[in-house]
Write a protein that binds this ligand. Structure first.
Ligand code: NAP
Ligand code: G3P
Length: 484
């Protein structure tokens, strides 16, 4: 199935339905986050090659945009089927490439199968409308607007390392069903997994050029890509820093951005503390905290803090730490820069008097699950996104303080509220400046047909299957003017 995508460990790029190498011969070597062994190399494409790709994508989109939606949906269903047949193989690549633990890697690929199938079905139900002129004062029924949804053109999809398959597919599938062609720029670390996904779409019968890939470092090729005249929409998931940079560079190109987060779990006095602890631990530490929606701070009412911390500590103690293939919960972080950054947050919290409950142990890129009590608002850990297995607990006196600290963050992705009082839950939920509030659950993106969005520095626009299809299509109005 995947024999064409590489020569040995040299992975090629998908261009006009064929797997090709860069003419320059330039490649980027990818190493394991676990032990630095070489996993493979990917093409480092030149500007000239990227230009050729974007010309090809533009030409290919025209016919694809005219292809009936039910035929586009068939290609997506076929892609889902092929992906399902290759779950284990792709999950293994992810384990090697981004050190995702085996359970999470398998679950990412299976979730992507469901995502693609749902998108294919949903696309068939995207319909237009007819609007009569007489709704507006001064007009009568002689004017009728026929509104349909049409594709935007070429969608540039840029995905992050932490979900190289799912967060690539969640851009590609809605863009394709809406009739766009797609240029996928996968994360450099994570590119091989994403190239496997691209081959799945290719083998599913996507016409040549409707999906192309661009590999190369974002820092080198990114600005050229996001400012290219043929790009009609940018769908980006990644850090706030890079997102803001792209937004400046790309000027008037419309975009959808899902960026960083500092999701708070607010725990009230009457909460089911067992439930809260269970959700907080899985929310904070799964895939070693490398999720935008990870629980990244706990704001707990002081009166129940000791009890909650004990329950959290018991669960964190049960987390297994090790290598991705060993069925563990905590694996090495993506690279040494990420691990150094997390360590700097830990060191700052310790220096400023936070109480270490567990952790602060490091072996290479592996950071053991770390838990802090008595974190205060002068510490970096109260505000910065670690993207690692470190959880700060901030004690608060009441609901108003919880809302105030939660909203002082530059981020606004999600928050959780744990309480048995529905009035308090809704009061807090309404006041929080975030895209989604979870009542009595950890913060998380799924199910994937729900709207998923961040406010403030956490993003712009809304993902979620129907929302993504709408974001990557536009209304086209044809007005019929009847003689009388
Ligand atoms: P990142 O460093 O921002 O990279 C994301 C993607 O952008 C990669 O494909 C990267 O390519 C590319 N890129 C880098 N510089 C670019 C440029 N100048 N122009 C165009 N593309 C460029 O993020 P990451 O480290 O992969 O992911 C972690 C971050 O993503 C965290 O902050 C996390 O919160 C956020 N995230 C948010 C969500 C969400 O839905 N809100 C989901 C997942 C992750 P290279 O790999 O080649 O540099
Ligand atoms: O970091 C990726 C983001 O989209 C979170 O997804 O499913 O882990 O909540 P999830």
């Amino acid at each position: 199935m995947f024999e064409n995508i590489s020569e040995g460990k040299n992975y090629k790029s998908l261009f006009n339905g064929e797997w090709v190498k860069s003419k320059s011969g330039k490649t980027i070597q990818l190493k394991s986050p676990v032990d630095e062994t070489v996993i493979g190399e990917i093409q480092s494409l030149s500007q000239e090659e990227v230009n050729d790709i974007l010309e090809n994508s533009k030409a290919a989109q025209i016919k694809w945009g005219e292809t009936p939606i039910n035929e586009r949906a068939e290609v997506l269903f076929k892609a889902a089927e092929l992906l399902e047949e290759n779950v284990e193989e792709i999950a293994k690549i992810m384990q090697a490439e981004i050190a995702k633990d085996s359970k999470s890697a398998v679950s990412e690929v299976k979730r992507t199968v469901d995502f693609i199938k749902f998108t294919a079905s949903e696309g068939k139900h995207i319909e237009g409308e007819t609007i009569g002129g007489d709704n507006f004062p001064g007009f009568n029924k002689s004017k009728l607007s026929f509104v349909t949804r049409v594709p935007l053109g070429v969608v540039l999809s840029i995905s992050p390392f932490n979900y190289p398959v799912n967060l690539s597919a969640s851009k590609i599938a809605p863009a394709l069903i809406a009739g766009n062609s797609v240029v996928l720029k996968p994360p450099t670390q994570g590119a091989i997994s994403a190239l496997y996904l691209a081959e799945v779409f290719n083998k599913a019968g996507l016409p040549k050029g409707v999906l192309n890939t661009v590999t190369g470092r974002g820092s080198e090729i990114g600005d050229y890509l996001v400012t290219h005249k043929n790009v009609n929409f940018i769908n980006f998931t990644g850090s706030t820093e890079v997102g803001k940079h792209i937004a400046k560079e790309a000027n008037m190109i419309p975009m959808l951005m899902e960026l960083g987060g500092k999701d708070a779990a607010i725990v009230l006095e009457d909460a089911d503390l067992e439930l809260a602890a269970k959700n907080i631990v899985s929310g904070a530490y799964s895939y070693s905290g490398q999720r935008c929606t990870a629980v990244k701070r706990v704001l707990v009412i002081d009166k129940v803090a000791d009890k909650l911390i004990k329950l959290i500590e018991e669960r964190v103690n049960q987390l297994k730490v090790g290598n991705p293939e060993d069925g563990v919960d905590i694996t090495p972080l993506i690279d040494s820069k990420a691990a150094d950054f997390v360590q700097s947050l830990i060191d700052d919290a310790l220096a400023k008097g936070a109480k270490l409950i567990l952790g602060n142990k490091r072996e290479g890129n592996l950071i053991y699950p770390t838990l802090f009590d008595n974190v205060t608002t002068d510490m970096r850990l109260a505000w910065e996104e670690p993207f690692g297995p470190v959880l700060p607990i901030i004690r608060i006196k009441d609901i108003e303080e919880a809302i105030s600290i939660a909203n002082r963050s530059e981020y606004g992705l999600q928050s959780s509220v744990f309480t048995r009082n529905i009035d308090d839950a809704f009061y807090i939920a309404k006041k929080l400046e975030v895209g989604t509030v979870q009542i009595n659950n950890k913060t998380e993106r799924g199910p994937d047909h729900f709207p998923f969005l961040g406010v403030k520095s956490s993003g712009m626009g809304t993902q979620g299957i129907r929302y993504s299809i709408e974001a990557m299509s536009r209304p086209k109005a044809i007005v019929l003017n009847l003689p009388r």
